[in-house]
Design a protein around this ligand. Sequence first.
Ligand code: SAH
Ligand code: SF4
Length: 395
Amino acid sequence: MTPTAPITQDVLTLPRKLPEGGLTNIVGLTRDQLRTALIAAGTPEKQAKMRLGQIWQWVYHWGVRDFAQMTNLAKDYRALLADHFTIELPEVVSKQVSTDGTRKYLVRIAGGHEVEVVYIPETDRGTLCISSQVGCTLTCSFCHTGTQKLVRNLTAGEIVGQVMLARDDLGEWPVQGDPKNETRLISNIVLMGMGEPLYNFENVRDAMKVVMDNEGIALGRRRITLSTSGVVPEIARTATEIGCLLAISFHATTDEVRDQLVPINKRWNIATLLDALREYPGLSNSERITFEYVMLDGVNDTKEDAHRLVELLRGIPAKVNLIPFNEWPGAPYKRSSGNRIHAFADIIYQAGYASPIRTPRGEDIMAACGQLKSATERARKSSRAIAAEAGLSHG
Ligand code: SAH
Ligand code: SF4
């Protein structure tokens, strides 16, 4: 057995079932892709830029789903659009609301797969936690998602669609004629749901470009945080091609322990990862890297660990986010005690790094970090049934 056995990028990507009639879904297309598609559908090249801008605003600023409502376009052009395109989001199968206000959506995407999306309201912000893959090819031993076998990458449209369906549910699209509302219910996005975003880089990038675009949803790049378990070769691209903030699932201070917790460490160990982070383009105090550190009782939570962590972070503008372990059925770990977590946090803080302890949210509906695992796997369909549904033969 090679130690790198569980690391694979070779995920099952099922072909996307085309919408009825072979229409192209506008959601998730980049500006360039949409322009090309509009021309292919018969938009005169000279008008393409202007039409693109108009459609973009309807879809991403106003949240319109019906071409008939795009009143600044000629009637016959609206009909032409309807003949070639749709504006489609993944389907919300169920919504659960926690006693603390956290909302969890179970969302069905093409092929019958399901992913989870979580909205976390706080006093001064609202964070939407979105997924990048169905399941995850990595197998971090403390993560529920990592126990889900079936994996496929989400398309850019399915990633943007998660943001749009949450805006639908929260009633966050502006209403024409109403005064501009500056309070954002979704003020931040974290790519911390199911999946390893850097194993689906292009789709995540394209989706975030759509979400950041100023003429649409217009969420600033610093309001988006991408969390990775440490896919070293893709880390620099996160800065240069997306420009969002970065979080690293660090979780251990020795390779021995990190190999156990985050098996991708066998491929890119702590030293290699930290080297990549020191070279992260645009790294500065205002754009610090967040180190996520799950507190596991008796595994990684000693004072020695805290001191080692401080040594490792030297030279990297960083903050440490301590995550009390969220339990799930059959999990092989326990959450560290409150005393341990506070003692750990103090050592990091004394060394000059912010070290907030993340309050678990939505635990009663299994919406907390690392608890996500779609019902696809939990209860219902076999991968064979899903492949069959998508029109594939299994095997
Ligand atoms: N795959 C990416 C992003 C999704 S995980 C990554 O690993 O970074 C989002 C965060 O939740 C990660 O830091 C992850 O390590 C953490 N996490 C996973 N399972 C958890 C659990 N059971 N309790 C607390 N945090 C967990
Ligand atoms: Fe995948 Fe992240 Fe879970 Fe690890 S922690 S199994 S990388 S989702």
